[in-house]
Design a protein around this ligand. Structure first.
Ligand code: XMP
Length: 305
């Protein structure tokens, strides 16, 4: 466990030293990692911090509005890039390729914003498990392995690179960040794209976004998972009225974990599972089937891609 106050002092000092008199751009996603980074940097360099939120079109229901509201006090700029992301993802099926495409787009957008503001440095909320999983070749987290090599920033500042997730939450507490940020469930950088198997299209993302909102509504408060979500995993047969039809299959996942390196599925009551299946299939007409994933990590990962 880190000594929170000491960590905060050292991180602020390091950001000050690395940034010098320059401006620093941060990719704020609203997750606990980037929020802690933004708060540390705001304390270190004040308005030389340029916080930018990219709306990729791959975020959860109402997430963009929430984050814009929560961070308006530090001058958060929202960039609507949904069309660009969907265009770049056309025809991309391979999960690693998806992460690379999304990582590349992110960095290019930040470079564009940095040029507009004259910022020289990029601040990132990379944490320790991101680094080891990327090194181990399990997958390239978009904020690590997917980073283009010809990056145009002078340097990248990563103050949380030695911390595990629960330590980041402790630091968030030490910084007095609101509870909705401190206890925000982890959400992958590539967003709903890695919860949509196969090609990413606006239609499939709209479906998985609704399903995910239902899963969160039914699970977060009542069952307190470390992480839960819905993923669109393929097409199957269903029957609605008297008609046999093809419809999407939604997988629901809810896990306990400490640090995301291992995870155990929650033993959910049948009535909860029935309710989720009933709501998803009735509220989203394109869905024919709902399954609950009972695989631990390992051998499965938490996300589907
Ligand atoms: P996996 O699927 O590897 O997920 O068991 C472990 C944790 O990491 C999150 N995750 C990601 N976060 N970029 C991120 O920033 C990514 O590409 C990514 N992939 C997975 C996942 O939600 C889980 O909490």
């Amino acid at each position: 466990m880190v000594n929170v106050q000491k960590f905060i002092e050292t991180a602020i000092q390091e950001i000050k030293e690395k940034a010098g008199d320059e401006k620093v751009v941060i990719a704020l996603s609203g997750g606990v990692d980037s929020s802690v980074c933004a708060e540390l940097a705001a304390r270190a360099i004040g308005d030389r911090l340029i916080p930018i939120y990219i709306d990729t079109g791959l975020m959860r229901k109402n997430e963009t509005e929430q984050i814009s509201g929560l961070f308006s006090h530090i001058g958060l700029k929202t960039v609507d890039a949904a069309d660009e992301f969907f265009e770049a993802l056309k025809g991309v099926i391979d999960p690693e390729e998806k992460r690379k495409v999304i990582g590349e787009k992110f960095i290019r957008l930040f470079e564009r914003e940095a040029k507009l503001t004259g910022a020289k440095y990029l601040l990132q909320g990379t944490i320790y498990p991101d680094v080891i999983e990327s090194q181990g070749g399990i997958k390239s987290h978009h904020n690590v392995g997917g980073m283009p090599l010809d990056i145009e920033f002078e340097d990248v500042i990563e103050p949380l690179v030695d911390l595990y997730k629960d330590e980041v939450r402790d630091v968030a507490g030490g910084l007095d960040l609101p509870t909705e940020i401190r206890h925000r469930m982890p959400f992958p950088g590539p967003g709903l794209a890695v919860r949509c198997l196969g090609e990413v299209t606006p239609e499939k993302i709209a479906i998985v976004r609704e399903a995910n909102a239902i899963a969160e509504e039914e699970l977060v408060e009542k069952h307190n998972p470390w992480q839960c979500f819905a993923a669109l995993i393929g097409l199957g047969t269903g029957v609605k009225g008297d008609v046999r039809l093809h419809g999407w299959i939604i997988a629901v996942r809810a896990v306990h974990s400490r640090d995301a390196m291992t995870a155990e599925p929650l033993e959910l009551p049948w009535d909860t599972l029935h309710k989720i299946a009933a709501r998803i299939t009735s509220e989203i007409p394109e869905v024919a089937r709902v399954v609950y994933d009972v695989t631990p990590k390992p051998p499965a990962t938490i996300e589907y891609e």
